[in-house]
Design a protein around this ligand. Sequence first.
Ligand code: BG6
Length: 369
Amino acid sequence: EKGGYDYFMLKEIAEQPKAVADTLLGRTDGSGSLTLDEVRIPANVLREVGKVVIVACGTAFHAGLIAKYAIEHWTRVPCEVELASEFRYRDPILDQQTLVVAISQSGETMDTLMALRHAREQGAKVLAICNTNGSTIPRESDAVLYTHAGPEVAVASTKAFLTQLVACYLVALYLGQVRGTKYADEIRAVVRDLGSIAGAVERVLETMEPVRELARSLAEKDTVLFLGRHVGYPVALEGALKLKELAYMHAEGFAAGELKHGPIALIEEDLPVVVVVPSPRGRSVLHDKIVSNIQEIRARGARTIVVAEEGDDAVVPYADHLIRVPVTPTLLQPLVATVPLQVFACELATARGNEVDQPRNLAKSVTVE
Ligand code: BG6
């Protein structure tokens, strides 16, 4: 049932183009508009939403962090993202105009379930983004947008994460479409662009051999750091989480702008640092700033592993290892930039002799608080 792969995780990484395409199926059309009638929250309720609050755990939380950039940009509705385990213990401010989005692959994570129960008690509307039909979280929510990743067996989430991102973008774009924003043209363009993402992920997967080779060469290291900015920051957090879960290595993700406020003290000779570089188009100021970050850490001896868009030549002189990802709209970049980091962690875990599908101490779904 591993379909010829050594591990479920490898199979699930390879299934990502299909998972992404299946999650889009029937929800977008060629003209750039979205049909999310299944969400069942009436358009007039969505128009009244004053705040979006996303709750989730682990990898799903990282999808939520990325969603915040998309939701606030396309809808101009304020969005908070919170770890489900923290949410209900701090007396969060919720009312009927709050849309709570609970993201969960399994639909059974107790922390997320308790957070959504608390939100509904306060009168908020809850939309679940979930991969498991009929599980508890969608059953207890006002509405659900299913991700169509298919069953995910490996404990460390890969294809479910990519489909959670797709679902989050759909929610953000749909909210923007229903409410009408000055970004209407951009929204239509991005809906069309989503159609080419599965192909882009496929292309990334075809170029992973050097990443695997690099991972094997780092098997003896103790620490790997990850840096990113804008939507690349949660990608850095996700890259670090994968490495902790699978390779049992000390891995941390930082916002690149924070480097000078602390993390740069960690840089030493030959320390591997993965840097997720934003597109040189769009947010070009951020691109230039991250290029100087790469120079700074390299000057201090770091071994730089740079994930950058095809055609981004500015990074070339400072990259000890360069991982190319296809050109995508800025906000969608995590869909392609996360994939090499999954492959990297999986290969490092294998090189270190770890059990890839069933890492020590972890469970696929945590049904206790
Ligand atoms: C964790 C899993 O315990 O639960 C993670 O090991 C996962 O991989 C997290 O991201 C959240 O799970 P779910 O099912 O709510 O998305």
